[in-house]
Design a protein around this ligand. Structure first.
Ligand code: NDP
Length: 686
């Protein structure tokens, strides 16, 4: 291994709140650019039982003392801190072979994911440690016995074994949902690029933001850490199929049914629609998208395009245009001006990719790319993992095997001719489960047929045409709000997907009992639970003072025909059901003319509102509105208004969800809904 004057970092692991230096048996970690040693790594001096214990005894209670909202606040501070200090990471990132654009995806993309989860947590999760899953279910005739599902944080730890290709994003995209859920993490980055992950972890540790034991880092092997997992833990893996099998079948993981999430090999496809002709905007979009997804991160992306499916009639045009575009890629030292694609992570990886190209070439012709003597700018091709874009063309896609099984984890993709949409679907499916497929088509029928055929084999489908391409986030970008993962060969795991990503770290439990017990437990009042009466109108009481179940019953109000007609002419809603007795009678739902639903809502508000300035700041909307029984002229309505749920939003106000029931003179329910108001935290009015 080449040595230079560059400082070699002895990579420390961060275990039990201490930095443990690389042990004496440390192995060199090579720069992707020139093979020089950038770091030495070994975790042999780490006591893995103590790592697991530290996470359980220190990190776990510290996180459980916070609520979902509290942890969302922590994520936001962490994201801000990393954003303020990220510049130092960019320089180091070059050594992984990343260009500046690649580094932005890794570093800024990772920090952006943290910010996104902070926002999701703040907006969508409660200020408690119990998340409700679905509605309350009536389980008895009298309503005294009900059930519902709740979710609570696992009483365990998360072990994240990550791939080399995204040392920052790969850590943060798993860390964000785990910490939001309340589960401490032990991160084991791939050794080849662990120096960049370690630099980011050092920034996190130095910030002092995370409580002790919440985050630990293993630089080097995983040791016997998996021997210490329990049924409350989660192991999340990104990497090769082979390693995923080793970890999934680890005796402790298998025995304890420890949750296991895997993301691994994926033979992602880009499909050109049968409707797209050369020269059309969609044709150009396809060429651009495929070329980009082959070359970003030198193709070392789990989402990179490996199979390019094109109608047989168009394949020559696609092959020519793609080859022309790819031939303009400048491979070299990513620090050098003009270089658009860096090296693979190392010489071993290049050898691995070359072997896989050989396997593919048994079934495909080489269209573009000098595999053995790449032209390289500003670097020595013999010392770094340089490889140009390699474009292949399958000779007989239906008979091919390697095409659908071998993931060459570099800038390598194969053109595949297909006959019709059915054939395109069948060929894509032979990848046996992928993370993502892109289809470029302007024909909604083609898009729908492809999507239905491909969806169960994919975690994400990216359907683009000229209308969306300009703003598309791209085939290869997992987004915090959308699911990232895929079935079958891709691992069967799911990451991200907004709050879905948090659910992996929560246990769902069915709870049965009386409405009163479930109100306290779930922080959510439901009809049947005791009502709380106060002397003061709830609109005059500040957010903190309001109690769950606090209820007012309004005076009654009679709805006259004159009211209905006035409302109709005032709003312009002269729909026949309100204005034409004969037509209304002919309608199977109405006994004759009836009041507008919106009139009922408006009168309800008129009945329960307390008008003077006070803590209620705004009407924020309605949920679950149902009109259950018509209101006829001269019916009398009254309202029950009850505090259903309270969610603090910030230091100034919180959201109050009110359970509203409108009844008629016979006690029958005519409408139900949930009203949302924003209420000041302190009482503003006497
Ligand atoms: P590996 O599966 O070898 O490594 C992934 C992670 O697992 C690394 O952190 C590695 O640590 C760790 N690991 C490896 N062996 C063990 C073990 N026995 N016990 C515990 N941890 C282990 O994948 P690579 O990153 O080397 O990539 C190899 C191939 O995998 C690529 O060429 C590509 O085909 C595929 N891959 C697919 C990805 C995807 O998302 N689709 C992402 C990355 C890779 P260490 O580095 O210390 O060995």
């Amino acid at each position: 291994m080449k040595q230079t004057g560059r400082k070699i970092v002895k990579l420390a692991s961060y275990a039990y709140s201490r930095w443990i230096d690389a042990a004496a048996d440390a192995q060199p970690v090579a720069s992707a650019i020139d093979g020089a040693t950038v770091a030495l790594a070994s975790s042999s001096d780490v006591d893995f039982a103590a790592v697991a214990q530290h996470a359980r005894q220190r990190g776990l209670p510290a996180l459980r003392r916070l609520t979902f909202q509290g942890r969302a606040g922590l994520l936001k501070k962490l994201a801000q801190h990393l954003s303020d200090h990220k510049a130092a990471l960019y320089d180091l990132s070059f050594q992984t072979g990343a260009t500046k654009r690649d580094s932005a995806i890794d570093i800024d993309g990772g920090i952006g994911t943290l910010f996104a989860y902070a926002g999701l947590g703040r907006r969508e999760l409660p200020d408690s440690n119990i998340l409700l899953d679905g509605p309350l279910l009536p389980l008895s005739r009298q309503g005294s016995f009900v059930g519902r599902h709740i979710e609570t944080p696992l009483d365990g730890i998360a072990i994240h074994v990550n791939a080399y290709n995204f040392p920052c994003w790969g850590m943060l995209e798993k860390l964000a949902p785990a910490l939001l859920a309340g589960v401490p993490c032990i991160v084991k980055p791939a050794t080849q690029t662990a120096y960049l992950t370690a630099a980011m972890v050092r920034l996190i540790v130095d910030s002092g933001l995370l409580p002790e034991g919440v985050l630990q880092l293993i630089c080097g092997r995983l040791g016997d850490l998996l021997d210490h997992v329990t049924g409350q833990d989660l192991v999340s893996f990104t990497g090769s199929l082979e390693t995923s099998l080793v970890l999934r079948n680890h005796p402790a993981v298998a025995r304890n049914a420890t949750r296991f999430v895997a993301e691994r090999d994926s033979l992602n496809a880009a499909i050109l629609g049968t409707d797209v002709a050369p020269g059309s905007p969609e044709f150009d979009i396809f060429i651009r998208e495929v070329a980009r997804e082959m070359t970003v991160k030198a193709g070392q992306k789990c989402t990179a395009v490996r199979r390019i499916l094109v109608p047989a009639a168009t394949i020559d045009a696609v092959s020519g245009a793609l080859a022309e575009k790819l031939s303009r890629v400048v491979v070299g030292d990513p620090r050098v001006e003009g270089v658009t694609m860096g090296p693979l992570v190392g010489l071993d990886q290049r050898e691995d990719v070359r072997r896989r190209i050989e396997a593919l070439r048994a079934e495909a012709d080489l269209v573009l790319g000098d595999i053995d003597n790449p032209a390289v700018k500003g670097a020595d091709a013999a010392r770094g993992g340089y490889l140009p874009p390699i474009l292949l063309r399958a000779r007989d896609p239906k008979q091919a095997a390697a095409l659908h099984q071998v993931e060459a984890f570099g800038p390598v993709a194969t053109l595949v001719a297909y006959d019709d949409v059915t054939d395109a679907v069948a060929l894509s499916r032979r990848g046996e489960g992928s993370l993502v497929a892109t289809a470029v088509t302007r024909d909604p029928e083609v898009a729908a047929e492809l999507a239905f055929g491909l969806a169960s084999y994919h975690g994400r489908l990216h359907l683009i045409d000229r209308d969306s391409a300009g703003e598309s986030t791209g085939h290869g970008s997992p987004l915090p709000g959308l699911v990232h993962g895929g079935p079958g060969r891709a691992g069967g795991g799911e990451e991200l997907g907004g709050i879905r990503g948090v659910h992996h770290y929560l246990q769902r439990t069915a709870v049965q009992g009386s409405p009163a017990l479930l109100t306290r437990l779930a922080g959510h009042w439901n009809k049947g639970a005791p009502e709380v009466a106060e002397n003061i109108h709830p609109f005059r009481r500040g957010f903190e003072a309001l109690a769950l179940g606090e209820t007012i019953h309004t005076r009654p109000r009679t709805v006259t025909l004159a009211d209905i007609e006035h409302f109709a002419h005032f709003t312009g809603d002269t729909f026949y059901a309100h204005m034409d007795e004969a037509a209304a009678k002919a309608n199977p739902f109405f006994p004759g003319r009836v009041a507008h639903g919106y009139l009922i809502l408006s009168f309800a508000a008129g009945l329960f509102v307390e008008p003077a300035p006070g803590p209620v700041l705004a009407n924020y909307g309605l949920d679950s509105l149902r009109f259950l029984k018509p209101v006829s002229p001269d019916d009398t309505i009254a309202v029950r208004l009850t505090v259903k749920q309270k969610s603090p939003r910030n230091a100034d106000y919180g959201e109050v969800r009110w359970d509203v029931e409108v009844t008629n003179q016979n006690g029958e329910t005519v409408a139900t809904y949930e009203l949302l108001t924003l209420n000041a935290l302190t009482e503003r009015a006497a």
